[in-house]
Design a binder for this molecule. Structure first.
Ligand SMILES: Nc1ncnc2c1ncn2[C@@H]1O[C@H](COP(=O)(O)OP(=O)(O)OP(=O)(O)O)[C@@H](O)[C@H]1O
Ligand SMILES: [Mg+2]
Length: 215
């Protein structure tokens, strides 16, 4: 029996009483898995990550995370507008200098270190966010659309990086990039309230229409 890293049971969540969002979701993620999450806009994918992280509380059901450390890359980063610090300072705020060296090399961030974070391009910021999530060397990585808005080089780079990381970590990725998910995921949670299923990548074609309500 493989190790469970995440266990979600009969999870129910809604932001507002009259708008059900997640209604009875159950799934498990196992150690070492590359676990994709796909589904239409507004289906609750980002919400689900926030429930996993404990930022939001379920109405009903359970969310369990087994393991010591979690790294999270949000869909959109809101650094305090007032934050004028450099990339280096931002990284330093997350982990001590000797711990972030490998991340800087791994993501090729050397040239960005001295630059103010808020003046970086979207893709450069995305890499820094990933670096911040990696700086503590977490066992479990939760990523919300890590390749959105990146050019083809940056996308390929992030994909390579995640592949490498996934060798000895559990990676959970929300993404609209079908190719990226189908190439890498061991299993995919298709979240499209009310449609909701965990599938293998090879099954995606058979659920796509129902998931995205295409006719
Ligand atoms: N803080 C909030 N308060 C109220 N409603 C919210 C809040 N955050 C999200 N929602 C609503 O909940 C639904 C799910 O949002 P969520 O961000 O989880 O979707 P998503 O699946 O991540 O979509 P996308 O693919 O566009 O990122 C949406 O209808 C959204 O408007
Ligand atoms: Mg989202």
């Amino acid at each position: 029996m493989p190790d469970k890293v995440i266990e979600v049971k009969d999870l129910r969540f809604r932001y507002r009483e009259e708008e059900p969002l997640i209604e009875g979701l159950s799934f498990e993620v196992f150690r070492g898995e590359f676990f994709g999450i796909m589904g239409p806009n507004g289906a609750g994918k980002s919400t689900l990550l926030k429930l996993l992280l404990g930022f939001l509380k379920p109405r009903e059901g359970q969310v369990k995370l087994f393991g010591k450390s979690v790294g999270y890359v949000p869909q959109r980063f809101s650094v305090e507008r007032a934050f004028t610090g450099s990339v280096q300072e931002l990284l330093r705020a997350v982990a001590p200098k000797e711990k972030v060296g490998w991340v800087i090399a791994f993501l090729h961030l050397e040239n960005l270190l001295k630059r103010p974070f808020i003046k970086l391009s979207g893709g450069e910021q995305q890499k820094v966010l990933l670096a911040m999530a990696l700086a503590t060397n977490p066992e479990l990585l939760l990523l919300d659309e890590p390749t959105a808005g990146l050019d083809i080089h940056a996308q390929t780079h992030i994909e390579e990086v995640l592949k490498e990381l996934a060798k000895d970590r559990t990676v959970v990725v929300v993404s609209h990039d079908l190719g990226f998910i189908l190439r890498n995921a061991d299993r995919i949670l298709c979240l499209g309230a009310p449609f909701c299923r965990v599938i293998r990548p090879s099954e995606f074609n058979s659920v796509m229409r129902e998931l995205y309500r295409l006719h």
